[in-house]
Design a protein around this ligand. Structure first.
Ligand SMILES: [Fe+2]
Length: 130
């Protein structure tokens, strides 16, 4: 469902690999939601949502270090967007997730996917142009 596409490739290996991994974790959450054999997914959901947040943090730190190294001019915009994403990921309320696991997770996934695609296409691709 959620996957890396060729049009998202920046050509910078580390960034592309980490973006791929972010899509993979999102896809793992999607598959978990649709797994009929796990009726109560609460613990797993919190685990994968946590994994997504942690990996996003790692990725942003790596990406920002790279931008610093090449003296990237638009780094400030990037940092603000990254911080907003982490804040949003930290704002999810576990009780709300439990009230309606599927709907809450689809909201999270929709947010993540839209954010990632838009951010990559509008911002990250420019890193390679310098
Ligand atoms: Fe970025």
């Amino acid at each position: 469902m959620y996957e890396m596409k060729n049009e998202y490739l920046t050509g910078i290996e580390m960034i592309d690999e980490e973006h791929t991994k972010l899509f993979e974790i999102a896809d793992k959450l999607y598959n978990l939601l649709n797994d009929q054999f796990i009726p109560d997914k609460y613990d797993y959901i919190l685990e994968v949502v946590g994994e997504l947040k942690d990996y996003a943090k790692k990725h942003f730190a790596d990406e920002e270090a790279y931008m610093e190294k090449i003296n990237y001019k638009r780094m400030f915009t990037q940092k603000i967007q990254h911080a907003e994403f982490v804040e949003k990921m930290s704002s999810y309320n576990p009780d709300k997730i439990d009230a309606d696991q599927k709907e809450a997770c689809m909201d999270i996934l929709e947010f993540i996917n839209n954010w990632l695609v838009e951010h990559i296409l509008e911002n990250d691709l420019k890193i390679a142009e310098k």
